[in-house]
Design a binder for this molecule. Structure first.
Ligand code: OOB
Length: 979
């Protein structure tokens, strides 16, 4: 049997029919490009970054590359493995190979050693073209591995330098004539998602593939004015020919190649190139909709968004048209051939609820039951199909073909569908053992066989679990050592060369397998069990950055509408964006909320216990959280007028972010809950790394603000200080920190002010917070508490303050005054003593001690006396116990704390909220770092507020305390930037 008969579904008479009907033409794909280039030589065919290629240029490049590849011994009928990202190099090489009659195998850029090795073994390509770099993949290691295993294959690294005029120059040669391949010969080999352990290749012919692209171009009504944006990988059938790149080129349109599918790259590209249509998988629709909330690019050129590859929920489908102002097309397709889609003029009902109808009159569809017999009309069954562009066999897979195709060469899709009376398909499920993760098809068998080779695993079943973002996530259920962690297993699988998109998202240990009546493993039951203990996927990436961390932070968060907390410690910023889960502590309960789960609440125990239980209820045992506590938490801890504290006041808000970023000079480490979000974050960080401008301060403003921080509330403040001094003299308490709030009604750019302020300040910690409608930024002079994973706990009392000026001699003089002033020293010593008393009961006997006694810390416009108190937390206690003992910081409340908190409640005109509360980070290892919130700028509904206090004792003079608040306010006010 020759190749043509071996893989095609068609009898001689069917071929004849397809030719006669004009479905198939006799022009191979390489020649098609020549025809298009003759018709519109000067029209732009391809855009990639700053490079643009006309049809004539693309045609000429394909000719030169064909000649060059022939010089490198590529011949008709050879297989060539192409693993290139979206680029001019990829498209031009494709056409070059078509011209030679060699057959590109289209691998995805992210595929790793196990996939590439298997493809090489199966198809014996003569050459492999792989990129120099793409999204942090290590191709050097891959190439070394692959070239050792397949020494006969040529390995060619392709670099895509934007600034060279001549792509792949070393591969080009003087054009030559080639013998034309037959249009019914294999043109290319597409990858099948596969359900078996071995990869499968889909041989598509020139004639059938051209027909596929042409029919889709007709249905999508493409014209020379059409502009297609290749958002997904060009190596995917959807992007390449449905109508995608080929369909657009044969219509004389323009193809724009995107590097990533993140909105930061895509939306500006749509605006700039006036993109008219693109193709997406459902998880991208969700991301794009989210981005649309803050992005204001002009997307009005968009006429059509195609969505396919995986099930699109009706509720999501319904959002496309209103958000993007263009038509939606659902596409149900497969690389094996058959494409169904909704038509541009279909009713909304059809477009939202079905996956449309076959694109060719000659497509044959059968819906059959388990015995292979047709189901009643409208009922669900497996879809079998045959037609002018659907294969009749996988490449070199005779045994598998016996199962994958019926004896009369219908392809068994493995999809469960219903056919409506109007002939539209509704995909209802599938029977193939495959997971559809964000549109990528993953066979379970391959992953299972690798997992059982792990020494801690005795047996394993891999299943897909419905997932809000991914459609389905990969869950590895196993018997073996139940302490095996997901991270360990993923590391092991990566070592084994498994491609990233196939790594399990969840691990589910089982003691014994649930069985069906006939004794098989009950996968449905297993999926139900695993779903009840969900854990999220984690994807991470680290990249080099050029710009200062503060600049990147500014550009990254400037337009962020979701929650975020950026927390700086030692010039390294931990930034969490969005929330997978939130825990909020109220005076009587802790509540856990997660998207799509009922809210859970704990109120039996102490507040620390309730909080700890909520944390233990998080779906993943390993987490990284950030959060804030308001000053009013002090009232709960010290039982101050609790009955007047509203039940709805959030005292602590703790967030498990959706994506995190660790930014330090030169590097950014990104973590996301799945690769799609990771890509998006990556694109945003890259963009932020390139963007330069930061708004500058305004001198007129500065003068006005300087005046206000002297004058506003000054008189009342002095009166309050007078009251406090009287209370102290009466013995109500020893010391109190009373504060003033200054409000500015002008609109302020909070992040720009943070940026400038941080540049000119030397805080112990700094932060920028946007959380559930609350926003503030600031420079913390001290930490409330620091707990290490081993339980080492410390706090840093500050008390005693003098100004810090631009004059060093003056600063030294003030420092002298500070360290010799008995009032300041006494004040400081009392704070240190209190911290020791607070920590001692929680710490292992004898471990509490003072270190760094009475150092002078410089913090922006002031200098303080600072000491550190340390201890070893008792085994049974959590960081919350330490937090409860030390909060609120004595620096911001008073001594003794309870009457001081009562007096603050009484004497200050408004609740403090974030001021003198804390911003913190916390993780599942028990690590906590909580910064005291002072020296901050708080967003109000209109304008902003500043707040600062001074420590009042019996000898306090109101005017001097007012002066101290002014000195502290200046450490922030000097850097305020208008918006
Ligand atoms: C496309 O092609 P493949 O080969 O990656 O995957 C084919 C399989 C189908 O058998 C079906 O299980 C699933 O992907 N699928 C869908 C779907 N489109 C594909 N399931 C539900 N709803 C849909 N709309 O994925 C592909 C090829 C060409 C165009 C579009 C998609």
């Amino acid at each position: 049997m020759n190749e043509r008969q071996r893989y095609s579904a068609w009898s001689d008479s069917e071929r004849e029919h397809y030719r006669q009907q004009g479905y198939w033409t006799d022009r191979p794909l390489g020649q098609q490009l020549r025809d298009w280039a003759t018709q519109q030589p000067d029209q732009i065919a391809l855009v990639a970054g700053t490079r643009r290629l006309s049809y004539a240029e693309l045609d000429a490049l394909a000719d030169r590359l064909a000649a060059g590849l022939a010089c490198r011994h590529i011949r008709m009928g050879d297989n060539v493995l192409l693993q290139l990202p979206n680029s001019i190099e990829l498209v031009a090489t494709l056409f070059a190979l078509f011209r030679i009659g060699a057959r590109p195998i289209l691998a995805m850029p992210g595929q790793k050693a196990a996939d590439i090795d298997a493809l090489c073994t199966l198809a014996e390509p003569v050459a492999w073209l792989y990129p120099e770099r793409y999204l942090g993949n290590d191709y050097q290691a891959l190439a070394q591995d692959i070239s050792t295993r397949h020494p006969a294959m040529q390995c060619w690294q392709i670099s895509a330098h934007e600034n060279t005029d001549s792509p792949m120059a070393s591969f080009q040669a003087e054009p030559q004539q080639f013998r034309l391949p037959h249009a019914e010969d294999i043109a290319l080999l597409l990858l099948s998602g596969g359900s078996t352990g071995t990869p499968k290749l889909i041989p598509r012919t020139h004639a059938d593939y051209h027909y596929n692209a042409r029919r889709m171009a007709e249905i999508c009504q493409l014209t020379p004015q059409s502009v297609y944006l290749a958002t997904l990988a060009v190596a995917h059938n959807f992007t390449l020919s449905c109508p995608g790149v080929l369909g657009t080129l044969l219509s004389g349109g323009k193809v724009v190649l995107a590097q990533t599918s993140g909105c930061d790259e895509i939306f500006p590209l749509i605006e700039q190139e006036k993109v008219t249509f693109t193709a997406l998988v459902p998880p991208l629709v969700t991301l794009w909709l989210e981005c649309r909330a803050w992005d204001d690019s002009d997307l009005s050129s968009l006429q059509l968004i195609q969505v396919g590859g995986a099930r699109l929920e009706t509720s999501l489908a319904a959002k496309v048209k209103p958000a993007f102002g263009c038509q939606l097309q659902q596409v149900f397709g497969m690389a094996e051939g058959l494409i169904c889609c909704t038509r541009l003029d279909d009713t909304d009902d059809v477009i939202l609820h079905t996956q449309g109808s076959p694109i060719s009159d000659a497509d044959q569809l059968q819906v059959v039951d388990a015995t292979g017999l047709p189901v009643e009309p409208g009922e669900a069954g497996e879809l079998l199909t045959k037609g002018p562009y659907t294969i009749g066999g996988y490449y070199r897979a005779d045994t598998q073909n016996l199962h994958a195709f019926t004896p009369n060469r219908f392809y068994r899709s493995g999809d469960i569908v219903q056919l409506t009376s109007a002939g539209n398909i509704i995909v209802a499920g599938r029977i193939k053992e495959q997971i559809n993760r964000a549109g990528e098809k993953i066979g379970c068998a391959e992953i299972e066989s690798l997992i059982v080779s792990h020494p801690e695993v005795s047996s394993c079943v891999v299943i897909g679990i419905p997932d809000e973002r991914l459609g389905e996530r990969i869950c590895a259920c196993f018997q073996g050592d139940a302490t095996l962690t997901l991270a360990t297993l993923r590391g092991f699988l990566q070592q084994s060369g498994l491609s990233d998109h196939k790594l399990p998202d969840q691990l589910f240990p089982v003691k014994s397998w649930p069985l069906t009546a006939v004794g098989k493993i009950d996968k449905r039951q297993l999926a139900k069990m695993a779903q009840q203990t969900p854990s999220r996927a984690e994807a991470s990436h680290s990249l080099e950055v050029q710009a200062e961390p503060l600049d990147i932070l500014y550009h990254l968060l400037q337009h962020e509408m979701d929650n975020y907390i950026a927390y700086e410690r030692d010039e390294s910023w931990d930034i969490g964006i969005g929330s997978q889960a939130q825990i909020v502590l109220f005076k009587d309960r802790a509540e856990l909320t997660q998207p799509n789960s009922p809210m859970k609440s704990w109120q039996e125990g102490s507040w620390q216990e309730n909080l700890q239980r909520a944390l233990q209820a998080l779906p993943s045992g390993q987490w990284q959280a950030c959060g804030i506590s308001h000053f009013e938490l002090a009232r709960l801890i010290h039982n101050v007028a609790l009955h007047t504290l509203p039940e709805t006041t959030a005292l602590i808000t703790l967030v498990i972010p959706r994506v995190t970023l660790k930014l330090s000079r030169g590097t950014a480490q990104l973590t996301a809950s799945n690769p799609v979000e990771l890509q998006q974050l990556l694109a945003r960080v890259r963009e932020a790394d390139r963007t330069a401008e930061i708004p500058a301060p305004n001198a007129d403003w500065q003068a006005a603000i300087a005046h206000r921080i002297r004058a506003q509330d000054a008189h009342d403040y002095c009166q309050r200080v007078g009251c406090a001094v009287e209370e102290i003299q009466r013995g109500t308490y020893q010391k109190i920190i009373l504060s003033r709030r200054i409000t500015l009604t002008e609109p302020v750019d909070l992040l720009a002010s943070y940026h400038l302020g941080r540049r000119n300040n030397t805080p112990a910690r700094s932060f920028a917070v946007r959380l559930n409608g609350e926003r503030f930024v600031g420079f913390s002079p001290e930490t409330v508490v620091e707990v290490s994973p081993t339980g080492a706990v410390s706090t840093q009392p500050l008390a005693g303050t003098r100004a810090l000026t631009h004059n060093e001699a003056e600063n030294l003089r003030l420092r002298e005054v500070l360290t010799n002033d008995t009032k300041e020293i006494a004040e400081h010593a009392v704070s240190v003593k209190l911290a020791v008393e607070e920590l001692t009961p929680l710490c292992v006997d004898g471990s509490t001690h003072v270190s760094d006694f009475m150092n002078v810390s410089r913090r922006g416009s002031v200098q303080h006396l600072a000491s550190r108190v340390r201890g070893q937390l008792q085994e049974a206690l959590t960081p919350w116990d330490a937090f409860a003992a030390l909060f609120p910081a004595v620096t911001a409340s008073g001594i003794p704390k309870r009457p001081a908190i009562e007096a603050i409640e009484r004497l200050e005109p408004a609740a403090r909220g974030a001021y003198s509360g804390s911003v913190f980070t916390l993780n599942s290892l028990g690590e906590m770092d909580a910064a005291l919130v002072l020296r901050s700028l708080y967003q109000l509904e209109q304008g902003v507020a500043l707040q600062a206090g001074a420590g009042i004792i019996d000898q306090s003079i109101p005017e001097r305390e007012l002066e101290e608040t002014i000195e502290k306010l200046q450490s922030v006010s000097r850097f305020i930037i208008p918006s």
